[in-house]
Design a protein around this ligand. Sequence first.
Ligand code: XMP
Length: 516
Amino acid sequence: TVLVVDFGAQYAQLIARRVREAHVHSEIVPSTMPVEEMLAKKPKAIILSGGPSSVYAEGAPNVGAELFETGVPTFGICYGFQAMTRALGGTVAKTDLSEFGRTELRVTGADSLLFTGLPDEQPVWMSHGDSVIEAPAGFRAVATTAGAPVAAFEDTDRRLFGVQFHPEVLHSEHGQEVLRRFLYEGAGCRPTWTMLNIVDEQVARVREQIGDKSVICALSGGVDSAVAGALVQRAVGDQLTCVFVDHGLLRKGEAEQVEKDFVAITGARLKVVDAEERFLSALAGVTDPEEKRKIIGREFIRVFEQAAREVVADGGDGNEVEFLVQGTLYPDVVESGGGTGTANIKSHHNVGGLPEDLQFTLVEPLRELFKDEVRKVGEELGLPPEMVWRQPFPGPGLGIRIIGEVTRDRLEILREADAIAREELSHAGLDRDIWQCPVVLLADVRSVGVQGDGRTYGHPVVLRPVSSEDAMTADWSRVPYEVLAKISNRITNEVREINRVALDVTSKPPGTIEWE
Ligand code: XMP
């Protein structure tokens, strides 16, 4: 593995992903981790991430020289680069030229390990106030910019490297190549982290964990639970029972897709619970978003609990169910403080808070993976693209996309409009550009329109197409006008109750992606 030491910048996850894109396994560790503990992980290389602070700032994460005496090839980025400089006796100082954003880098060491084969001048992404003025003894400066006298250095004997810019962001045009050169040439890593290996490895691990016991998996219709379920099915076959709760707040065709496609491809045993009635009566008269979420969450747990008891009672193979599959992803693990075990899991909202008396051991085959890797694993497992590339969909479903009370009629209207939007976005080939496009029904709002020869008094829907890498931040997607026109046209023609289509042009922040 390659350790990415996190100095508190938002870039550590991105670095970890870029390393994996070079087919090398990576793991994020906090900068407070003692060096011995890092070495115990037997890292092939160490990468020090950027950080928000100046190395001279009070409370800046301290980096001792011992981190550079381990013999493990090490690459410092931005803050990591400056921390390395300082620890090894070079000079970091405030120059008058801070650099933020796109900057021209000039390579001065043409035969350098990091830049061999790359252009002498290249755009890079910078974000720094302090600069390295003088490289530590034993290092050779190999690149420079207007604001950073030493913008990159290397000591190929000790296999220590550093750059001031951010190679992990796409604006650094050859950044990924620089990173690869460090990994392959500098650290001798080999590109063995492939989807096939991930699947094989996880299948073996799951098999070992579960043994001959029984396991249950709650399918939400989303990508993560489907891929996790398919992986566990491959590992232990019939010991797995999947449970799918149809709460009536699903998109068009969703339940069918789980029932038909998922089962057909994985061969998993599936228990479908039709709980529409129950959810709708619990939601009757409720308009407050938080209250809706609480009710849906609570009902979900009750229904799932009941189903789990039935599965246990059925026993299938006579074994008690001891394991529960969760689609926890690596960003959740990192955000909840890393580590292993079940203590700090940010529960998949759906089955979060299962009652104490239903104790399961969690099986989390995706907890080392990023979303894009999960999708690739899904493809490797043979799940259809419609399932693997589908838009994220919130657990509370269409219930939080109807502004106002949730009723069966309103759900039916929204389901139709949503299906049209999804279909047209797919036709336009935008599925992979757009993170998701909620369609929101403003159920308590009416406006006057004219359809045919008559006056109408219908409801508006709002299209909320967004682009995002991780849903933490998002921008509204610039969907081509023709595609928007087609969607608007079809919705107002085909869904009688809707006479207006609006477009949400708010980024996140300040708006969230969903409306409730
Ligand atoms: P927001 O609206 O917070 O949404 O910007 C961020 C992402 O999370 C999804 N979302 C949820 N997913 N359970 C989920 O599993 C939920 O309760 C939930 N609420 C929002 C949302 O669709 C977006 O992708």
